[in-house]
Design a protein around this ligand. Structure first.
Ligand code: NAD
Length: 269
């Protein structure tokens, strides 16, 4: 494996960013980790930078001398539009524009299944389908994929948009029997995305090798992703902990699950 010189991880104080912070030192000489929250002490191989992605000048410095970016920073759930605007739209734009100016080769980022969350579960879809976001959060992921497409077509800057399913230590509800991505497979899909000689703008699903499956993820094999974990290992535990599903509940009708019935956070009906 060829080592990159410097990788930047955004959202490195968050759940998935922390997993990748542990796993990626072998992929590069220098690991730059960033978040607007406290990052703790930097290890010898790390450069820790605390900043807000919506601060353009800070992001200009953050993206200097970086080969590739693993972008996990942002609002990870449905929320008020102002918060999504700040981190997922403005922050995302800053990252792309400053990365372009600094000559970054590729960005690998956490898009989401909520970009296609309003597809009914009766349909198996691949990553080429028209978006159907289920929330404002999902809309922000469609925006991100659109910006990534534009930055490749116009400037040749590459992206791997990983539509992550549910990335947790283990599946904890019945929907996750189909959407679970193990931490081990997360690390693999990110490493393969970093190592691929060419990706253009690739959209793939971040999901493990689950028996139950909503997504045709053949496009992920183009970078050699070969998931090893399967939610089936946890079926007994999940079924014992959760009730029989009501097939008419949006939770079980749509790819996005409960997000398809989430309150509209702008309130006031
Ligand atoms: N965990 C999952 O199952 C899952 C599923 C689908 C998509 N994703 C996506 O993966 C990414 C990481 O998810 P996570 O579960 O680790 O979320 P997380 O909330 O644990 O981590 C996100 C991090 O981003 C940081 N952040 C937010 N706004 C910022 C800003 N303006 N400037 C700097 N830092 C900022 C937060 O402080 C946090 O540490 C998110 O983009 C999320 O949408 C995650």
């Amino acid at each position: 494996m060829t080592k990159l010189n410097r990788i930047l991880i955004t959202g490195a104080a968050g759940s998935l960013g922390s997993v990748l912070r542990e796993a990626l030192p072998g992929s590069c000489n220098h690991l730059r980790v960033s978040d607007w929250n406290d990052l703790g002490a930097a290890a010898d191989h790390e450069e820790a930078v605390q900043c807000d992605l919506a601060d353009r000048d800070a992001v200009a410095n953050l993206t200097k001398d970086v080969d590739m970016i693993v972008h996990m920073g942002g609002v990870p759930v449905e929320d008020k539009f102002d918060k999504i605007l700040h981190s997922n739209l403005l922050g995302f734009y800053n990252l792309y524009e400053q990365a372009r100016k600094n000559g970054v080769k590729r960005i690998i980022w956490g898009s989401s299944n909520h970009a296609i969350g309003f597809y009914p579960r009766t349909e198996t879809i691949d990553a080429s389908v028209r978006p159907k976001p289920d929330t404002l959060y999902g809309v922000s992921k469609v925006y991100g994929e659109g910006l990534a497409e534009f930055y490749f077509d116009k400037f040749g800057m590459e992206t791997v948009s990983i539509r992550i399913g549910s990335c947790f230590p283990e599946p904890i509800d019945r929907r996750m029997m189909a959407t679970w991505l193990s931490f081990r497979d997360l690390v693999q899909i990110v490493e393969k995305s970093l190592q691929a000689p060419q990706t253009r703008h690739l959209i793939i699903y971040g999901v493990s090798n689950n028996d139950q499956n909503l997504w045709d993820n053949r496009m992920a094999s183009s970078i050699g992703y070969n998931p090893v974990d399967n939610a089936e290992t946890f079926r007994e535990k999940v079924e014992a902990a959760t009730g029989e599903p009501d097939r008419h509940d949006p939770m079980f009708m749509y790819h996005g699950g409960a997000y398809a019935r989430t309150d509209h956070f702008e309130g006031d009906g």
